[in-house]
Design a protein around this ligand. Structure first.
Ligand SMILES: Nc1nc2c(ncn2[C@@H]2O[C@H](COP(=O)(O)OP(=O)(O)OP(=O)(O)O)[C@@H](O)[C@H]2O)c(=O)[nH]1
Ligand SMILES: [Mg+2]
Length: 384
């Protein structure tokens, strides 16, 4: 940097964007994406689609099992390395179990919220250590929330979960299975979802629109106007009627194409995530969400104190009450048993003591009998 600073006028601030670019290029970036939402909406399929289209050709891709379309039952983490024009990105995708199919589905998204907070927590604790090199960072930079394509509106569950997510992470709403709605219904549904998001004051990610270059501004506008992104997930290669081979879902009426802007917003979403706005997602996570978490924690607890786990789950509370009652009952019945046993022991001791006394008395009388016999005998011998 030194030669350019001396040879060019000014102090070289104009070079800063390039410098930042260079630093990031050398170090590479970590990008973590999470998918969540109700069960069976195609989250796992979407992750597989993402890996099949676009990420596969990059080196070191950790291939997922392509047949894995079972219900996801635990948080699953997949890593891949992307490289584009010397820019390296360690991509981590987190697939989560769907919620909403339990009888009592209150709070069954808690593990997801906890996971998000835990990543901030773990990073914060590492920052508090004397050596801060080689930190492990799994803070989630973007969370795709899958919405059921009902055509009506967001469910109460969606609203509740999205509110919680939006205050912690860059939340990106996604309409699942876009091929199940007609273009007209899809457009109407999108508007309804947008209205609820505004009415309920749900925080969703919005990227900076304005840019020095007109084409970039137009592209940003185009991407943001597609929110909530409608997606189609598939890893199957199918043939269209006009003879093209595409990734999509085949129906009797034709093919729903994943990478076709006329059919869904998959390409726009992928572009936002891994091309155009990755750095913005990373920096807003750092500057907004992590900072909010850090400040919140610093205000409520002392430096170095462990995080308070807030399990306000009624199911746990019920179980805890039951356990406590069982424990008290058991202690009580044991106490009763001991008391009876003690009584029996006391009675037995008294009986034995009485026996002992009678025996003592018998011994005493026998001894005095013996004494008097001795005396009588002694008197007889003296007389003789
Ligand atoms: N029509 C249609 N079906 C889809 C789409 N994406 C996935 N599916 C189907 O939906 C079903 C569920 O897909 P998954 O990817 O397992 O759903 P999930 O959200 O991961 O489900 P959980 O792991 O239970 O939360 C599968 O039969 C998929 O083939 C889509 O875009 N359109
Ligand atoms: Mg799944």
């Amino acid at each position: 940097m030194a030669p350019s600073a001396t040879s060019s006028p000014g102090i070289g601030i104009a070079n800063l964007p390039n410098q930042r670019h260079k630093i990031v290029t050398q170090r590479g970036a970590n990008f973590t994406l999470m998918v969540c939402g109700e069960s069976g909406l195609g989250k796992t399929t979407f992750v597989n689609t993402l890996f099949t289209t676009g990420i596969k050709e990059h080196k070191n891709h950790v291939k997922r099992h392509s047949e894995q379309l079972d219900k996801t039952v635990k948080i699953e983490i997949t890593k891949a390395e992307l490289e584009e024009k010397l820019f390296k990105v360690q991509l981590t995708v987190i697939d989560t179990p769907g919620f909403g199919d339990y009888v009592n589905n209150r709070n069954n998204w808690d593990p997801i919220i906890e996971f998000l907070d835990d990543q901030h927590e773990s990073f914060m604790r590492q920052e508090q250590q004397p050596t801060r090199e080689g930190k492990i960072d799994m803070r989630v930079h973007a969370c795709l929330y899958f919405i059921r394509p009902t055509g009506h509106t967001l469910s109460a569950l969606d609203v509740e979960v999205m509110k919680r997510l939006g205050s912690r992470v860059n939340l990106i709403p996604v309409i699942a299975k876009a091929d199940t709605l007609t273009p007209k219904d899809l457009a109407e549904f999108k508007q309804k979802v947008r209205d609820v998001i505004v009415a309920q004051n749900i925080h969703i990610y919005s990227c900076p629109i304005e840019s020095e270059e007109e084409s970039t501004t137009a592209r940003n506008q185009d991407i943001m106007s597609a929110m909530p992104f409608a997606v189609i997930g598939s890893i199957d290669t199918v043939n269209t009627t006009d003879g093209r081979t595409v990734i999509g879902r085949e129906y009797s009426w034709g093919v729903a194409e994943v990478e076709n802007d006329e059919h869904c917003d998959f390409k726009k979403l992928r572009s936002l995530l891994i091309r155009t706005h990755m750095l913005d997602l990373i920096s807003t996570t750092e500057e907004t969400h992590y900072e909010t978490y850090r400040q919140g924690q610093m205000e409520t607890r002392k430096f170095g104190d462990p995080k308070v786990k807030n399990y306000d789950n009624p199911k746990f509370r019920e179980e805890e009450d039951m356990l406590r009652k069982r424990f008290t009952d058991q202690v009580k019945s044991e106490e009763n048993r001991f008391r009876q046993w003690e009584q029996q022991l006391i009675a037995e001791r008294d009986r034995l003591n009485k026996d002992l006394e009678t025996q003592h008395a018998q011994i005493k009388s026998l001894e005095s009998d013996l004494e008097s016999l001795y005396q009588q005998q002694n008197r007889g011998t003296i007389r003789r």
